[in-house]
Write a protein that binds this ligand. Structure first.
Ligand code: TYC
Length: 102
């Protein structure tokens, strides 16, 4: 066992040091056709935004061309992108969604 300078037995390190996971932004892109209400619904449904926050994010995307919906680990971000694209396709909207490393 490891000891300190007074001979006290020190606990062994039981866990390896782990790096924090890489994080990914999920980004929604503006287009001319997807209804604002649909984007607000997507932000509430898949990104846990309340109506006010969802509306602010949607308007930011509408005016600036793109906006960050949330930041997640890789698998979660990829799942969110697929959920958004599937919902948009089902509804016939061209809404685009991507993920980017932070
Ligand atoms: N520009 C769309 C409209 O005027 C609204 C919109 C907002 C679409 C955000 C996509 O990611 C988007 N109906």
């Amino acid at each position: 066992p490891r000891e300190d300078d007074q001979g006290t037995v020190l606990a062994e390190r039981k866990t390896a040091k782990v790096e924090p996971p890489r994080m990914f932004q999920v980004v929604l892109l503006n287009d001319d056709f997807t209804p604002m209400e649909f984007v607000v619904m997507v932000l509430q449904e898949f990104f846990q935004r309340d109506l006010e926050s969802a509306t602010q994010i949607m308007l930011k995307i509408h005016h600036e061309g793109r906006g960050v919906c949330g930041v997640y680990t890789k698998d979660v971000a990829a799942t969110k992108v697929e959920l958004v694209l599937t919902a948009a396709r089902r509804s016939g909207h061209p809404l685009q969604c991507t993920m980017e490393a932070t």
